[in-house]
Design a protein around this ligand. Sequence first.
Ligand code: XUL
Ligand code: CO
Length: 476
Amino acid sequence: MKTWGILLLLLCLQAVTYAVIGESQTCPAENVGKCDDSDWEGEFFPGINKIKYEGPSSKNPLSFKWYNAEEEILGKKMKDWFRFSVAFWHTFRGTGADPFGAPTKYWPWEDGTNSLKMAKRRMRANFEFINKLGVDWWCFHDRDIAPDGETLEEANANLDEVVALAKELQMQSNKKVLWGTAQLFMHPRYMHGAATSSELGVYAYAAAQVKKALEVTHYLGGENYVFWGGREGYQSLLNTDMERELNHLARFFEAAVAYKKKIGFNGTLLIEPKPQEPTKHQYDWDAATTANFLRKYGLIGEFKLNIECNHATLSGHSCHHELETARINGLLGNIDANTGDPQVGWDTDQFLVDIQEATMIMLSVIRNGGIAPGGFNFDAKLRRESTDVEDLFIAHIIGMDTMARGLKNAATLIADGTLAELVRKRYQSFDTEIGAQIEAGKADFDFLEKKAKQWGEPKVASAKQELAEMILQSAL
Ligand code: XUL
Ligand code: CO
């Protein structure tokens, strides 16, 4: 009898626990009523005020210590150097799920569905978030912001409905889209790729999806449009016609350029390199590979690159290397500001908090004369274990503060001039009449052989790498 009683009690307790957990996954107890209301227009972040600049001595986690939007650095306001953007997919669709674990984040406004009603509520949350954070831009994939449909027509109708609300909210708050994109990797139809799929029907479906995504990006005043070829690559060369797939990809991009012009979209088309993940090999491996692809197919003037720092390290380069490669090819268009983990091999999409790395990034951006009409999009997500709503703010604040410190440090280095002088001196042997002849392509091998014989063994100076590192550190 006693054992039965205890068992019954345990069962009841389990039922109560289940009910509570079940509830929190859909509509949290404190929000009962609100979750059913399709027009939930109340505050999504009630305890959080507009984030202000309080200076480096502030201990308030919900304040900027370094990012001071109106402060001028090298003749330009900080906000104009960065043009920070919030990535809708991480901030509003990131659940904390990973291949080994269930979602960990149950934001109070979520009702556990992917309904249109929920999509609109999330869009309102997005605008309150960017308003409070003091960011003017946001980025999206078509399928992050609106539910997919049984047919393309249904998916497009869903997208239209959410985009109409986004437009209204943009006008109220004076915010803009930094870039839009089409999600061409999640649906099973894209398992062999989209523009590089072996199936013609998939190529056509992807084209239709990009056509619509270009239209809505244009409608929302987007300044750029991104192509990230999540599955444009291969798992095995044995079953792949790489040449044919690359030709298809180029045709797809040509058609996108033509459609962009047809609808009068003046934004920049950006390709975002990534070496692999989810495919074993992605065709847009890195900045140099992508630049070569664009040149080969005569598309160089039509596209720029969106450099993502975590993708850079996945391809075996530093973010600084990718930015410099893009910059010297005239292709630096946008930055997906994030970072990986040195001990973890994959795309962890963490907020970038390394001040030295931020300084190098900003050296490239300053040399590029800024990044507009691109910007810094936080393609970054909270760690799975960070589960408070305020963590969303804290993560973006430290991301913005880190970049602000990078900008200030890079400006200090440039004003100081010692590093530039070190580099200049390193190449000074070319600042001569014969150096100029070589650089102008006017020195043939016969001439150079004559000079080599005349001069004898050349003197070779120190590269001064440690001194360069010492100079960099003095600015941090
Ligand atoms: C994936 C990634 C994407 C693109 C947009 O690694 O970076 O979020 O930025 O599709
Ligand atoms: Co990205």
